[in-house]
Design a protein around this ligand. Structure first.
Ligand code: ADP
Length: 651
């Protein structure tokens, strides 16, 4: 086969450009990325060999070799892993198939456009762009690879300028050699970062790749002073140069070590290395379990929630090992969906290596491990909330939504986990700027207070201005602020905390039973009786827009407000459903009028002229629209509203 030239896919070009113009300032990590690819390739080979031993070609000594060559100023990273066919080379190195990398480019673009404070480094941490990082230090990258079990090998080569060449070639052993012809600034004694220096390379392997499961080897030159027959150094003799193959990494998987022997730093380095994390994890859980099912788990919560955590393309899952041998990446069946943000690995001798994905999903062992992991995680979070509030609040800011979704989803799964999850909730509150748990709320409830009051809105400011807030504020009742649409769904699922029901300030009856409130309520009922016809006619004027018109006992200085029926969804839930293209769930709207407001008197006067007079109808409509706007809902016909207001103003 002759040598052919191919263009990189557009996205790849873009990525290469970014690499070459160095969005990473940390050049050295290219080595980690390539070693990790090599180790993955050996994992794949090993896994495939369980089904077909022939592909090992009689060589089971897995290894990764580093060859720095001062003459050609190249560094070769070679592995005897699975290798690639020509088609796979084109597919894997010529295009960016991974949606994650595409998303990365989009995010980067967006961040640039928005001038956001998000740095490349932060973004990269979420993606890890692997192989292409070689172009940060390379003038040219040459890949020679032969797939295990095949005879043909291929050479791929690119200078990162938009195209690559590919040709058939010979390669004796299976696997892949990646040869980087280093850029001038990356070799030689003068170089700040010298990637041909064996000392530097050894340190880099220790730093980033110490736990790689396969030996990373390199020829190391040592100088030895010649010795005499008695073993004493011969003085003045020229030292002898010896070359030895040295394994640079310790290889012992961190999770197999005893917890007490592991330093924090080691966990952090391991996680960065093993899972391509950029930032230090927020929390690490390392557990060994010996019971029905034996397993070790090393889980962690990433410092930042992945940007796509709540999108369909987010791929949760843990790495699975059996007796320290890799089985699969992203095993989804271990943790419930809502804990999809937890990453890490599970190693269990009770799982069979040879098992298919489908069978594994049904395995009883996996289910047992999953249940235990969920318990462990929730228990740790509970502890964090109790012992390290600051840290927990950071956790909450990143992942609180996940726990709320967990509560909501338990409606379908009937999970008893809700009891644990509700203790982990935090809400903003009307008392002070701090977030509080339900336990804290109940702990400081006013005397005689029976319900847990909450308000929904997009931010604190909007909620505080709601007419419905005024009364509760005056009575000194604390109100939880539900600022995330999912909050109310979670609250609806829990229904009660410590036997206290949740009560929205914008739904149903507030049920205040202090003497004053009772008095106000009685008064409102009286007024309702005497104004029975007026209320009926307002309802008639508004038609289907509202399900009921009421004389309010919750309003103080505002003229109107809109509330939802206690049964059925709230107005904000309706809004959420609508935004999810699910307009079926409509709130039952109740328009409440403040009988003490001057406007009420005006309505009475207009009504006296008959329910069909145009002005009365306009007033009804304006009242309703006002109430909508207060709730943050756009009126159905804004022009009509503006016209009516203008007419009124011109009077
Ligand atoms: P990632 O490793 O995150 O999938 P990369 O861009 O680093 O992305 O690599 C792209 C793909 O190229 C890998 O998924 C793998 O299939 C293939 N690949 C890279 N390096 C090797 C290697 N040393 N041996 C075999 N395949 C490799």
């Amino acid at each position: 086969m002759a040598k052919t030239t191919h263009e990189f896919q557009a996205e790849t070009k873009e990525l290469l450009n970014l690499m070459i113009h160095s969005i990473y300032t940390n050049h050295e990590i290219f080595l980690r990325e390539l070693i990790s690819n090599a180790s993955d390739a050996i994992d794949k080979l090993h896994f495939a060999s369980l089904q077909n031993r022939d592909i090992l070609e009689g060589n089971e000594d897995y290894e990764i070799f580093l060859v720095p060559d001062k003459d050609s100023h190249t560094l070769t990273i070679s592995d005897n892993g699975l290798g690639m066919t020509k088609e796979e080379v084109i597919e894997n190195l010529g295009t960016i198939a991974k949606s994650g990398t595409k998303a990365f480019l989009e995010q980067l673009q967006k961040a640039k456009e928005d001038n956001a404070e998000i740095t490349d480094k932060e973004l990269i941490g979420q993606f890890g762009v692997g192989f292409y990082s070689a172009f940060m230090v390379a003038e040219k990258v040459t890949v020679v690879t032969r797939k295990a079990g095949e005879t043909a090998a291929v050479r791929w080569e690119s200078t990162g300028d938009g195209s690559y060449t590919i040709e058939e070639c010979e390669k004796e052993g299976r696997g892949t050699n990646i040869t980087i012809t280093l850029g001038k600034e990356f070799y030689g004694d003068e170089a700040e970062e010298n990637f041909l220096d064996t000392w530097n390379l050894q340190n880099l392997v220790k730093k980033y790749s110490d736990y790689v499961r396969y030996p990373i080897k390199m020829n190391i030159e040592t100088q030895e002073t010649p010795r005499d027959d008695e073993g004493k150094p011969i003085e003045g003799a020229e030292p002898i140069t010896k070359v030895e193959i040295k394994t640079l990494n310790s290889m012992q998987p961190l999770w197999t070590k005893n917890k007490n022997d592991i330093k924090d730093e080691e966990y952090k380095e391991f996680i960065k290395n093993q899972f391509h994390e950029w930032e230090e994890p927020m929390e690490v859980f390392h557990n060994k379990a010996e019971g029905n099912v034996e397993y070790t788990s090393l889980l962690y919560i990433p410092a930042k929630a992945p940007f796509n955590l709540y999108h369909a393309d987010y791929e949760p899952g843990l790495q699975l090992y059996s007796r320290h041998v890799f089985i699969m990446d992203k095993c989804k069946d271990l943790l419930p969906n809502y804990l999809g943000f937890v990453k890490g690995l599970v190693d269990s001798p009770d799982l069979s290596l040879n098992i298919s994905r489908e069978l594994l999903q049904q395995s009883r062992e996996l289910k047992t491990i999953g249940k235990n992991l969920e318990k462990t995680i929730l228990k740790s979070l509970e502890r964090m909330l109790k012992n390290d509030r600051e840290k927990y609040e950071k956790f909450w800011a990143e992942y609180g939504k996940s726990l709320k979704i967990g509560i909501y989803n338990s409606m379908y799964t009937g999970s008893s986990v809700v009891d644990k999850l509700k203790e982990l909730l935090l809400f903003a509150s009307s008392k002070d700027g701090k977030q509080i748990s339900l336990k804290e709320y109940v702990g400081r409830m006013a005397e005689g207070q029976k319900k847990i009051y909450y308000a929904t809105g997009t931010d604190r400011n909007t909620i505080e201005k709601l007419p419905q807030m005024e009364l509760l504020r005056d009575k000194g009742l604390e109100v939880l602020y539900l600022l995330d649409p999912v909050d109310e769904f979670a609250i609806e699922t829990i229904r009660k905390y410590d036997d206290k029901e949740f009560q929205s300030i914008s739904r149903g009856d507030l049920d205040l039973d202090d003497a004053e409130s009772k008095e106000v309520k009685k008064e409102a009922e009286e007024i309702a009786k005497t104004n029975d016809q007026l209320v009926k006619d307002i309802k008639e004027a508004l038609g289907d827009k509202v399900s009921e018109v009421k004389i309010s006992s919750r309003l103080k200085s505002s003229a109107v407000c809109l509330v939802a029926d206690a049964m059925g969804p709230s107005l904000s839930m309706e809004h959420t459903f609508a935004s999810m293209d699910n307009p079926m769930f409509k709130a039952k709207r109740i328009l409440e009028l403040n009988p003490k407001h001057d406007l009420f008197a005006k309505l009475q006067i207009l009504h006296a002229n008959g329910k069909d007079n145009a002005e009365f109808k306009d007033y009804c409509d304006l009242l309703y629209t006002q109430a909508l706007i207060i709730e943050g809902i756009m009126p159905e016909n804004p022009v009509d509203f503006a016209d009516k207001v203008a007419k009124l103003m011109a009077k």
